[in-house]
Design a protein around this ligand. Structure first.
Ligand SMILES: [Ca+2]
Length: 345
């Protein structure tokens, strides 16, 4: 899912846990909700919309208990990179990806030339997000956004900030549907409100989606070509460095390794090659030539030892699409498999 939302709502691991389905017990909770009425006023003002219309739309949103459940943090210790990888870097997605690549070869080449983002990466992202448009999500977007705006799970460590985020997304969503003449009650997406082939959050759609098939409209639901351009534009906007590797292999000197320091900044590249070395991380000769900063990325494997890589700026950029190292690494590995598959006779 494309959106700076933190914690990876809409991330494939979460989606697979519950799966988007038809709403179960859904209640119209926001018609007389004081917070909802206040928010409708604010959003109308912020986006230049008719307050009565905004209120009417929010009043029709249903509270979805399963959305709250899906957003509730998973218990500790359930993280397993090997399991995650097997779910996304697999033959069905690879085959569908190669077909998508062949079908959209010229658009992908154009996106690569224009935005500097490899075609393999674009194909991989769209594959992991929605299996090339086959899994767009079954939740009404208005229900998902309203539920997360007003009833975000309190057990989440950043519940207040996240609730504010979804209130803001609700405003972008209503503004977006007005602009394109879409029915806000009709669109469906992930449990976090991510939409279309690339699973863009409403604000990402507003800020980064492009009309790449040049038909005069940005349409991420029906135009794979718009999705291609939009994914590439998103990566470019978040600082993708053309030609830079995403990561390097890393080993440790057991006498010097200081993982606490190296892992502290998480995915944000914060260490020079020399600093990496000083803290006991060892890089191969290619990585030693890298002039930018690096992050030590830990990929937990359940009860087995973790995997580690040295992530570059480009690894970090992929986590701006979905804030998860598992996600970034799966995107990278599927892209590699696609590239190899395309080259095979
Ligand atoms: Ca278009």
């Amino acid at each position: 899912m494309a959106g700076r939302t933190g914690g990876g709502p809409g991330s494939p691991d979460r989606r697979a846990r519950g799966g988007p389905g038809r709403p179960e017990a859904a209640a119209l909770r926001y018609a007389q909700h004081a917070g909802a009425l206040r928010l409708a006023e604010q959003l109308a003002q912020r986006h230049g919309l008719d307050p009565a219309w905004v209120q009417q739309q929010i009043a029709q949103a249903r509270h979805l208990p399963q959305v709250v459940r899906l957003m509730t943090p998973a218990p500790q210790g359930t993280n397993n990179w090997a399991v995650y990888r097997a779910r996304f870097v697999e033959p069905v997605r690879l085959r569908a990806g190669l077909q998508f690549w062949r079908e959209h070869r010229s658009s992908l080449a154009r996106a690569e030339a224009e935005f500097g983002v490899p075609a393999s990466l674009i194909v991989s992202v769209i594959g992991i997000e929605t299996l090339y448009g086959r899994q767009l999500g079954g939740f009404r977007v208005i229900d998902a956004l309203a539920t997360l705006a007003f009833d975000f799970p309190a057990s989440h460590p950043r519940a207040a900030a996240r609730s504010e985020f979804f209130k803001s997304e609700l405003g972008h969503y209503l503004s977006l549907t007005q602009r394109y003449g879409l029915d806000p009650q009709a669109l469906r997406g992930s449990f976090a409100g991510a939409m279309g082939w690339p699973q863009f959050m409403p604000s990402s759609w507003v800020n980064f989606a492009v009309d790449f098939d040049r038909d005069g409209q940005v349409n991420l639901f029906d135009s794979p070509v718009d999705a291609i351009g939009s994914v590439a534009n998103y990566f470019k906007a978040f600082g993708w460095q053309t030609g830079m590797p995403t990561h390097f292999p890393v080993t440790f000197d057991p006498t010097q390794i200081d993982k606490t320091t190296l892992l502290a900044p998480s995915v944000r590249p914060s260490f020079s090659v020399a600093q990496f070395h000083a803290h006991g991380a060892r890089l191969d000769t290619t990585a030693q030539q890298h002039s930018g900063e690096l992050a030590l990325i830990e990929l937990k494997n359940g009860s087995n030892p973790s995997s580690f890589v040295a992530g570059t700026q480009n690894f970090y950029v992929i986590t701006r699409y979905n804030q998860s190292s598992f996600y970034a690494m799966a995107v990278i590995e599927l892209a590699q498999a696609l590239q190899a598959g395309l080259a095979a006779p």
